[in-house]
Design a protein around this ligand. Structure first.
Ligand SMILES: NC(=O)c1ccc[n+]([C@@H]2O[C@H](COP(=O)([O-])OP(=O)(O)OC[C@H]3O[C@@H](n4cnc5c(N)ncnc54)[C@H](OP(=O)(O)O)[C@@H]3O)[C@@H](O)[C@H]2O)c1
Length: 573
């Protein structure tokens, strides 16, 4: 007999795209209705519509999953594989489809538990019927007893239908993922609407990346006769939304993150992110020096056996990037096999911000058919950690890079940018031209020379004005990471994503980059938590992950399908 057990995948990553279907798959407790009134014909079809099938086919074609899963419900294995539209799609696209659902024995167990209680309830009902009509104490007690039993029955049914069944569904998905001979697995799970939320929660609790898709149908009227509002209301009223809360407890060693910050105060942003990524405990250390870093690391790793070290992680933060890099060196030198814990370095969020900014621009240029970033001349305004790392990543990509100090308050500007250029050459092995541009004229000169501009200057200070942009002749792309008003670029909006905000100038705003940065930091923290291989997660890792995230994002527009009657001839049919 199979036992219900949900354990994370070892050494594999799983991405599950949950596609919500249009109806809830009949499950053994619910009796499908067979009343043929027009309303029931619509609500009891229990088969996906042609629009849904078209959508699913397109999604499979776009995502190319390793396998597909669907709840088996009340269907026999034969019905599931032969009389099922999803199975036909799976065969056509050559992607295996697996049924996932509650095990027959488990069903039997719950069934017998329910039968006992139902039998008792029915006896009480019968007794009540036979009792004289007038009120009596005995009758009151019997009614109360019956009500309690009915409540228990409904509770057991709810439990079985939601938390128990969803656990079986998730176990089925994980079992099939385990069988795949790959490290990075993608699954499309076709789910009843009522199970989307529960299954998503459970999958996330075992570190699977989950995306949910609810294909929403819109009615387009070509004639004016029908009333769109009524039909849309009817469709809405047919949806069921139930959100069970399921908690999973784990008795394994906790995931501990030691947060070594060189600043006076450890960043609450990173602490919150770490908890949200699933760390059980985050221990912040502030004003960390090299000597203290060594002590903290060795004290921490020796307290845990090698298995525990896999669940231990160090995170290095602080505004001073060079100091953070030195601390990283000390941290890594203090470890030796098998006591090597994962280490993340992201000084004041600069590495993930710079990686998100560069990857986003790179992706946007390709999607807008503006060529490849590596062939461009770029200017990075800002010499803080974000600007420096962006300059390093861009130079490594092959761009011709200027790093610009835009600060009118700096007195030793020329000397400063020369020293910075030398530092980037010696420490990071890249050639970057240092430019001091404290005045509007100097900034305009830089802007004219560059094809792509990255604005990573201090928060709340405008660097690029409309006037500077008015002289621009060729198409330019500008990305800004300053989300504090006034934004770094005049005319740009927080959520811009390649909006042409001035003639020939396309902007990518701070929140567009911020959202990717957020996903990136969460992704790194999650990966560092579950993959105890003693890895260093730095800006090189960050940009690779940012590219993957951008590649994996499903553009909704691409997935839209239109179904018209009579159907047009489909490709290959
Ligand atoms: N979205 C996120 O999650 C996130 C995370 C981190 C950072 N950020 C943003 O990224 C940007 C850069 O951050 P950072 O930590 O790398 O650097 P920063 O220390 O905030 O800024 C450094 C740059 O600003 C210049 N600067 C300072 N005062 C100036 C002034 N009055 N006028 C013009 N320039 C001035 C500095 O000039 P010098 O060259 O002369 O030193 C330097 O180039 C900030 O806007 C920050 O808010 C966003």
């Amino acid at each position: 007999m199979k036992t219900l057990e949900i354990t994370p995948l070892e050494g594999k990553t799983l991405k599950v795209i949950i596609v919500e279907k249009e109806y809830s798959e009949p499950f053994w407790i619910i009796e499908p209705t067979n009343n043929h009134t027009p309303k029931n014909i619509l609500s009891s079809r229990f088969k996906p519509s042609v629009a849904f099938c078209n959508f699913l086919e397109k999604l499979i074609d776009e995502v190319k999953p390793d396998f597909i899963t669907e709840e088996q419900g009340n269907r026999s294995a034969k019905e599931f594989s032969e009389k099922n539209a999803i199975a036909q799609i799976s065969q056509k696209s050559n992607i295996p489809l697996f049924a996932v659902d509650m095990d027959e024995n488990a069903k039997g167990y719950v069934f017998s538990l329910l039968e006992e209680k139902k039998e008792l309830r029915d006896r009480i009902l019968k007794a009540l019927e036979e009792m004289p009509n007038k009120d009596s104490m005995e009758k009151e007690y019997l009614i109360a007893y019956g009500q309690c039993l009915q409540q228990e029955i409904e509770e057991i049914e709810r439990e079985a239908k939601f938390s128990v069944r969803e656990n079986w569904i998730v176990m089925g998905i994980l079992e099939n993922a385990r069988k795949m001979e790959k490290e990075e697995i993608v699954c499309i799970h076709v789910s009843s609407p009522e199970h989307v939320s529960g299954v998503k929660k459970l999958l996330e609790s075992v570190d699977a990346e989950v995306e949910t898709i609810k294909p929403s149908k819109k009615l387009v009227f070509t004639q004016e006769k029908a009333s769109p509002a009524e039909i849309e209301d009817l469709l809405k009223s047919m949806q069921i939304k139930i959100k069970p809360v399921i908690k999973k407890t784990s008795e394994e060693a906790p995931y501990i993150l030691f947060f070594l910050d060189t600043d006076k105060r450890a960043s609450p942003f990173d602490i919150c992110m770490a908890y949200d990524a699933g760390f059980s405990v985050v221990v912040p250390y502030e004003n960390v020096t090299f000597e203290e870093a060594r002590k903290i690391v060795q004290d921490a790793i020796f307290s845990r056996d090698p298995k525990g070290v896999k669940r231990t992680c160090f995170f290095i933060g602080g505004k001073d990037m060079e100091k953070a890099e030195e601390i990283l060196k000390v941290v890594r030198d203090s470890m030796f096999p098998p006591f090597q814990a994962n280490t993340i370095i992201d000084p004041a969020g600069a590495y993930t911000t710079a990686a998100a900014m560069v990857a986003k621009v790179e992706d946007a240029l390709v999607k807008s058919k503006l060529g490849s970033l590596k062939d461009k001349k770029v200017a990075v305004f800002g010499t803080g950690a974000v600007g420096r790392v962006a300059a390093v990543l861009l130079a490594k990509l092959g761009c011709n890079v200027m790093i610009v100090s835009p600060n009118p308050n700096r007195t030793n500007g020329e000397e400063y940018v020369t020293k910075l250029s030398n530092l980037l050459r010696h420490k990071y092995g890249v050639n970057v031209e240092g430019v001091f541009a404290p005045t509007p004229d100097k900034k305009a000169e830089v802007i004219k020379k560059a094809d792509v501009i990255f604005c990573a200057s201090v928060a709340g200070v405008r660097i690029v004005t409309k006037e500077m942009l008015s002289e621009v002749k060729l198409v330019k792309v500008i990305a800004d990471v300053n989300a504090v008003p006034p934004l770094g670029v005049e005319g740009m909006k927080l959520n811009d994503d390649m909006r042409e905000f001035a003639p020939g100038i396309f902007g990518i705003g701070p929140l567009t980059i911020g959202r990717l940065k957020y996903k990136l930091e969460r992704g790194i923290l999650r990966e560092a938590r579950r993959n105890g291989k003693g890895t260093v997660y730095n800006y090189n890792y960050a940009i690779e992950l940012a590219r993957k995230i951008l590649k994996g994002e499903l553009p909704a527009a691409k997935l839209t399908v239109t179904v018209s009657y009579p159907p047009k001839e489909r490709k290959g049919s």
